[in-house]
Design a protein around this ligand. Structure first.
Ligand SMILES: Nc1ncnc2c1ncn2[C@@H]1O[C@H](COP(=O)(O)OP(=O)(O)O)[C@@H](O)[C@H]1O
Ligand SMILES: [Mg+2]
Length: 487
């Protein structure tokens, strides 16, 4: 965009803003709040006649700007604030348009700073590629036709026509961020990054030019990084809810993702972007998870993939846990301690074939010793689904039937955390959310990631705990062989 088109655009926006103010005061009995509306939306409020006259008077170049420029369609909260902030933290609900906002900002920054160096960071390689770069609202899709970057996936690199180059990083490989330096960076879903080291390295590399800047978009979670940023004077925080972008969300997204959270405690975080700290009555809390957390992998000697199948619809929890011998300073002995290694839970509504594949892939990736599945719902179907799937040969598959309530199963596992005998490795956001917000006998939704983790840890560590003080019997694991299943 040349300087002339920028001026043209700013004039146009100014004109629409002024006119909107006059019109809404004049035409509406109840004056609508236009502060959070995009310029396009404001124009849509105008009486048709006035609007038609206005658009018919636009010059051809204004018309092009009008139909294509982000400044026309962005809501004010989606545009980076003025000023010399170092961090812009966009804390908003799912579907607010966060990724879109920082993708647009990356293109703007690339244009404004020819030959600059940028960093593009997402939680995982898949998120970086499929969402932030190639996604529907990613950097490639947002870039104007005259300023499309050239993407070289194998080099993890984007190069814009003016010589700006950005490198793509993922937060699960923090080491790659060690060394390179940048003028600007975008960070998507920061509260879901597994290792805080990635953020430390990124901050360290952000040191080229006079005012290095980083735009961060995330649904919130009270991680130490997010809490620190909120307090940071060089950080400008913008907050917003899912509902502010509801007009632009596909009905399928709304029904599948948003509906699930409506009216729930987690919905306050996922949709309204409220930071949920302590939830009274929950079996776990954030401090407990932080205090027991490991950031590196110990030598794991036994690994289990645990599955909690979705009841009918809903989500199938798949969590990988392991045990290692850890020296206990108090007892001066090595003892078995549990580690939460991975959360491979697929999207809600995944078909049995899909979750079976995810579980089998997790089994092979982690070279697991056992796969345990809860079979209260769907009984034989679960084993059948796993053992008839591709690559299931050789899987040590065991089933377990719940004879106690969730609370009775969860308590001994929560107690192991309290004794510092079970640890998360890095952050596993969605699973930690479930642990810290699920209140026995109160939360209506069934947290399947939590259940899968509980099954896994129980299988590896709690088997010998006497359960007869609770009513009901111990949930005995049962080994299912392929022969028994007639396979
Ligand atoms: N101002 C806007 N006008 C039109 N569509 C938008 C706007 N902001 C976001 N969108 C669209 O809404 C959808 C959700 O946006 P996205 O950035 O993926 O949300 P989030 O990252 O907050 O979950 C995408 O299809 C995106 O292109
Ligand atoms: Mg996003």
């Amino acid at each position: 965009m040349t300087n002339q088109t920028t001026t043209e655009l700013i004039d146009l926006i100014e004109k629409i803003n002024l006119k909107t103010e006059q019109l809404v005061n004049h035409f509406f009995a109840k004056v609508p709040d236009v502060r959070d509306m995009s310029i396009g939306h404001k124009l849509a409020l105008w009486p048709q006649e006035i609007r038609d006259k206005f658009t018919s008077e636009l010059s051809p170049s204004e018309l092009i700007l009008f139909t294509s420029d982000w400044l026309i369609w962005a809501r004010p909260k989606q545009i980076a604030p003025e000023g010399d902030w170092t961090y812009w933290l966009l804390l908003a609900g799912r579907g607010f348009g966060k990724t879109r906002s920082i993708a647009e900002w990356a293109n703007k920054k690339a244009r404004e700073m020819p030959e600059s160096r940028g960093a593009i960071v997402a939680a995982t390689a898949g998120d970086a590629r499929d969402v932030l770069i190639e996604g529907f609202s990613g950097i490639l899709a947002c870039a104007p036709d005259d300023f499309k970057p050239h993407y070289e996936p194998s080099k993890r690199r984007l190069t814009w026509p003016n010589g700006t180059v950005a490198t793509v990083f993922t937060a699960d490989k923090p080491d790659r961020l060690r060394g390179p330096q940048f003028h600007w960076a975008v960070a998507d879903e920061l509260a879901a990054w597994r290792y805080p080291e990635a953020w430390d390295m990124l901050q360290f590399g952000l040191r080229l030019g006079e005012n290095p800047q980083c735009a961060i978009a995330t649904t919130p979670r009270p991680t130490p990084i997010i809490m620190e940023l909120i307090e940071d004077e060089t950080c400008h925080v913008t907050t917003g809810t899912t509902y502010e972008n509801v007009d632009n969300l596909a009905p399928a997204f709304f029904n599948k993702v948003i509906k699930k959270y409506e009216g729930t405690r987690l919905g306050r975080q996922e949709l309204y972007a409220q930071i949920l700290t302590d939830v009274p009555g929950a079996l776990w809390n954030r401090d407990l998870l932080d205090e027991t957390r490991y950031l590196t992998f110990p030598e794991i000697y036994k690994t289990a993939v645990a599955i909690d199948p979705a009841a009918t619809t809903g989500q199938t929890g798949i969590v990988v846990v392991g045990i290692a011998k850890i020296y206990n300073e108090e007892t001066k002995k090595y003892e078995d301690q549990g580690f939460v290694l991975d959360d491979c839970t697929p999207e809600p509504g995944a078909s049995p074939g899909m979750w079976a594949n995810a579980a089998i892939a997790a089994y092979h990736k982690w070279e697991a010793d056992v796969m345990v599945a809860e079979i209260n719902h769907g009984g034989a179907m679960v084993g059948h689904t796993i053992l008839t799937s591709e690559d299931s040969e050789g899987i040590n598959f065991q089933t377990v039937r719940a004879s106690q309530g969730k609370q009775a199963r969860g308590e001994p596992v929560a107690m192991l955390f309290e004794q510092n005998r079970v640890h998360f490795i890095g952050f596993l956001g969605p699973l930690e959310d479930e642990l810290c917000t699920w209140v026995p006998n109160e939360t209506p939704e069934s947290p399947n990631r939590l259940d899968a983790m509980v099954w896994g840890i129980t299988h590896l560590m709690v088997k010998d705990i006497k359960t007869n003080k609770h009513k009901g019997k111990t949930a005995k694991p049962r080994v299912v062989s392929r022969q028994q299943m007639g396979l």
